[in-house]
Design a protein around this ligand. Sequence first.
Ligand SMILES: [Zn+2]
Length: 198
Amino acid sequence: MDEEFTDDMMRLLMVIAAYTQEGHEENPIWVKELPLMAIIYQGIVKEVFRDYDYAPWSVAMLDGTREWLNISREGKDDLEDLLNLRMISILRVSTSQYGFVTAYRLTELGQQKVNEATESIRQEISSLIYHSCGGLYTVAMNGSDFSFRCDPCDFNEKVLIGDIEDIPYATKAYLPSFNFGWFGADKEKYSNKDREEE
Ligand SMILES: [Zn+2]
């Protein structure tokens, strides 16, 4: 199957590259999926990702709670495509403290691909994830409150990924059938409690 390589896939690849570039073979850095989802969301809001949209999904957080977040299905699909193209690697770690964590980094092939990015795409990604001082934003998370931070500048910009307008209660019962395993495959948590509220 031929996978088409789109500009948005290049943008996504560049984001992952930027957040994992300091890693060495012995000590690779991986970008975790929740911060990555926040960056994708902000990229949609800032019209960097042209063909992505987002919708509210109930997401398992690192502390085991659930939050409704604006998640990009197209971004998720492109992560899968980049995996199929062997341009990124996936790491799934089960930790006692945080439950199930998924993270990504580039492969050698992905690294080569990133070097082909056009100047305009480079500039778009720079404006999205780097502060004006040249520092890469860190993604701070507190419940459903996300923000881009530049600590040396004491700069903080809210990322409204948790700003849900209409929580789709009506479709809640269908969520378990949606394969969202990369947020933690926890179908059980959609228990009868949800149904009783209806
Ligand atoms: Zn700064």
